[in-house]
Ligand binder design. Structure first.
Ligand code: SAM
Length: 232
């Protein structure tokens, strides 16, 4: 690689605790010509913490489509660009996959370099004590159509299932899981990982449902749901 090679770096950022960023990520964010982010004010919190002054440009689904040709030509001209999302690993239930796909397809001389780092999915799996030797990740479940079908698929799945859930739907999700899962199946709710109110609750679906019914003040923040495979 020489200095004229364009590089797109995919840079994970913390999912809560600002210390959860690698030395390499900080260096790359300082060195690149431009940082593409979802929300400038969110990214500025990290920039402030680590004295990063690199120029930023907003990039999410809609703006991404608008800006994509400009970004492509910058990369073609040998510029170094980093992609971050609001939290965690870009492109994992976050924007950016279109850009990575396009660069890989159309700009063969441009390098795409993904840095390892924070992701709510991996953090939740590792905290869960549920085997992740094989698992299916569903991202966010659909809000309406196909949602119940997915719960049935998860209930019958022979591998661990994991998905992201929002505070608005977590209670309904627990209701559905307790309808479809038998009492032997363990589930884990990983909430507010790496943050002040971090909590990992494990038990069968009925237990978890009752736990959150009794602790309504814990229905807050961000959630990852892990479901043990059937017949384990
Ligand atoms: N790309 C991100 C990653 O790799 O972690 C995920 C982005 S997705 C838009 C956001 C969802 O991730 C949240 O709704 C929640 O389900 C999950 N999430 C993010 N941060 C979390 C945290 N600190 N604790 C638990 N779940 C979290």
């Amino acid at each position: 690689m020489n200095d004229n090679t364009g590089i797109l770096y995919i840079v994970p950022t913390p999912i809560g605790n600002l210390e959860d960023i690698t030395l390499r990520a900080i260096r790359i964010l300082k060195e690149v010509d431009l940082v593409l982010c979802e929300d400038t004010s969110v990214t500025q919190r990290i920039f402030k913490e680590y004295d990063i002054t690199t120029k930023t440009s907003v990039f999410y689904a809609q703006t991404g489509l608008k800006n994509i040709e400009k970004i492509m030509s910058m990369l073609e001209d040998g510029k170094k660009i980093a992609l971050v999302s609001d939290a965690g690993t870009p492109t994992i239930s976050d924007p950016g996959v279109l850009l990575v796909d396009k660069v890989r397809n159309e700009l063969k001389d441009v390098q795409v370099i993904a840095l390892p780092g924070a992701s709510a999915l991996i953090t939740a799996l590792s905290a869960s004590g549920i085997s992740s030797s094989t698992f299916t990740f569903y991202g966010f479940l659909p809000h309406k159509k196909g949602r119940e079908t997915l719960f049935k698929i998860i209930a019958e799945s022979s591998v661990t299932s994991a998905f992201y859930e929002s505070v608005h739907r977590i209670e309904k999700t627990l209701e559905s899981l307790s309808k479809y899962l038998d009492e032997k199946r363990q589930i884990v709710i990983a909430r507010e990982l790496t943050k002040m109110h971090e909590e990992v609750v494990r038990g069968n679906a009925q237990y978890i449902k009752e736990y959150f019914e009794m602790n309504k003040d814990h229905i807050r923040g961000e959630f990852v749901v892990i479901v043990e495979k059937a017949n384990s």
